[in-house]
Every structure is written in C-alpha cells, then in structure tokens.
Design a protein around this ligand. Structure first.
Ligand code: 13P
Ligand code: SF4
Length: 304
C-alpha cells in the first residue's frame, strides 16, 4: 500500500474505533504522521492517563504500553509488535529488586519508568528522564535506591546536594556505549556545536554536555536556542525530528550506532494491522497493576 493510502486508512480506523496513537520520539519518523501525541516517556504517560479514547495504540516499547495499561485499566492498549522490548527494563526482575532492597533496608526505591510492571509494583515511586531529579527531591530523604539505570541515578545525584543515590547496575546499551572519545571526536570536527546529552549516558559523558535532558527536553532546548549546530547524544530518532522541524540548524548524531532496534521495529503497516486486528493487546495482572499504579500516580503528581 502507498504511504498516503495507509495513512488515510489508519486515520479512518482511528475515528471508527475511537483510538489514539501515542508515539515515542525514537520511533521511525513516518509514525509521527498518524500519531496523536509524540514525545518523551513522561508526556506519553500523561496522555495515556487522561485520554478519553477507547483504544491506545502504543508506538513504543513494551514497558510503555504496560504503563499505559496500568494508568488506563479500562481501555484497550495495543502494542503493534510484542517483540519491541527494552534492554534496560530487562536488566532487573522482581527477585533481583528484592535482593537489592534487602541489602539496603528502609530506603525508598525510585524506579525509572523503563522497567517491568512487577518492578514498578515493588517500588515507592516511578520517574522518567524528564522528572527524575524532581521525583527524588520530592521524597525529601538523604538516601534513595535507584533502579535499573545507574547512569540516570548518578546524574540525579550530581544535581542534588546531600542526597545519596544508590544505583542498581543496569543501563541502556545504546546510551551506555557512548564514550567521551566519541564526544571529543565530534567536537573537534564541529567546534561550535552545542552538546545535547540524554541522562542515560555515562557520567563522564553528561559532564561534557552543554545540556542534559529527556528527548522532548533536548528538542525543546534546540528549538529555543539561538545556536545553529548541535551534537545530539542520544538515539537517532531525535536527530530525524530535529532535521524535519529546524531547517536552519545543523545536527550531528553522536555515532551511527545510536539506534534502538526495538524502537525501529514499527512501520505504518504495523500500526494499520494493529488497529484493524486489535493486535496485540497488553494486559497487566490486576494485583501487580494496582501496586504499580501507586508508584506511577505519585510520579505524575510531581511537577516535571
Ligand atoms: P525519554 O523519556 O527521554 O523519551 O527516554 C525514554 C527512553 O527510553 C530513552 O531510552
Ligand atoms: Fe530501552 Fe535504550 Fe531502547 Fe530506550 S533506547 S527503549 S532505554 S533499549
């Protein structure tokens, strides 16, 4: 099917079924053409919590669809490809979290939204990259356990005085493998470029940044900036959206390996099939969902 025909059919199905499409910033850019909301994890969670739609098609990865289902238990949540997982979320399971907690009794647990529903259900509060610092601040405590992302956890600690963030050794392979040498190499080639970094990168990398933020925060900061050249230190989808939206600015992706394979599994055909056949419905065990919802709701109430 031609792209235009496919887009028309998707839009028609969305109306007939009262469905919306939520798309993460790392999705193949063609998905944005049928997305009702595109952005970072926090923005998409908020949209999932307040939509009146009957069906949410999540163009993202598994934990995002699970989070949408937890927030909207009476809605149908579809993930067009169930193989779209997240390597970071898979780095900790319930048993591992319990063992981690047992080593540090009575310390609140903050869990990055890139985690399974079970891990959320055993945590005190969730966070995303957009609100992690404010979430930890809101706890008003001297120590927190932070799972699964060691890098986001250590970034949070660097932003708060007098708070010890004890991190679990998880990470996102796409961000974790970016090195200071990658930055230095690009900076040498583009000396005037500003360095925009996602906080899933290592501490040594975020320390070299001109700006650190979520995918939406990076895009917003670039759009508002008077600068003309930017080294983008996160996944390729951010560069593609900036190139589409900011024709007068130049963007350099930190390296060609900065691509999340799971996020790139979806194409317009998958969104169409998902809507047409109600594929694939995501459900979360109600007992787990109830506990996980408390952690996610607490996060949503914290100002980003
Ligand atoms: P954002 O919340 O910044 O969009 O990041 C989500 C994510 O999975 C990054 O890997
Ligand atoms: Fe998970 Fe990393 Fe992909 Fe984000 S970029 S979805 S953290 S594997």
């Amino acid at each position: 099917m031609e792209k235009k025909e496919l887009t028309d059919k998707i839009n028609k199905l969305k109306k007939e079924k009262n469905a919306i499409v939520l798309a993460h910033t790392y999705q193949n850019i063609e998905i944005d053409e049928v997305a009702d909301f595109s952005g970072d994890s926090l923005y998409l969670s908020r949209q999932a919590a307040k939509t009146d739609a009957d069906i949410i098609v999540f163009a993202g990865v598994y934990f995002m669809a699970e989070t949408a289902k937890i927030l909207s238990p009476n809605k149908t949540v579809l993930l067009p490809n169930v193989k779209a997982g997240c390597d970071m979320a898979d780095k900790i399971n319930l048993k591992q979290l319990r063992e981690f907690k047992a080593q540090y009794p009575d310390i609140p647990v903050v869990c990055y939204v890139n985690s399974t529903a079970e891990v959320k259900s055993e945590s005190d509060i969730c966070c995303t990259s957009a609100n992690a610092v404010n979430v930890v601040k809101s706890l008003n405590t001297k120590e927190v356990l932070f799972v699964p992302d060691q890098n986001l956890g250590s970034y949070v600690e660097s932003q708060l005085e007098g708070v010890k963030v004890i991190t679990y050794p998880g990470y996102c392979p796409i961000h974790h493998r970016i090195t200071t040498q990658d930055i230095e190499k690009q900076k040498a080639l583009h000396p005037n470029a500003k360095i925009m970094v996602h906080p899933e990168c290592k501490k040594q990398v975020t320390q070299l940044a001109d700006f650190v933020g979520s995918t939406t925060a990076i895009i917003k900061s670039v759009k508002e900036s008077k600068d003309k050249e930017f080294i983008i230190v996160t996944e390729k989808g951010v560069v593609q959206r900036l190139e589409r939206d900011c024709l007068d600015k130049k963007f350099i992706l930190i390296n060609e390996k900065a691509v999340c394979g799971s996020m790139k599994l979806l194409h317009l055909e998958d969104i169409y099939n998902s809507l047409k056949n109600n594929e694939f419905e995501i459900n979360v065990n109600e007992a787990i969902a109830q506990k996980a919802r408390i952690a996610i709701d607490r996060m949503i109430k914290v100002n980003a």
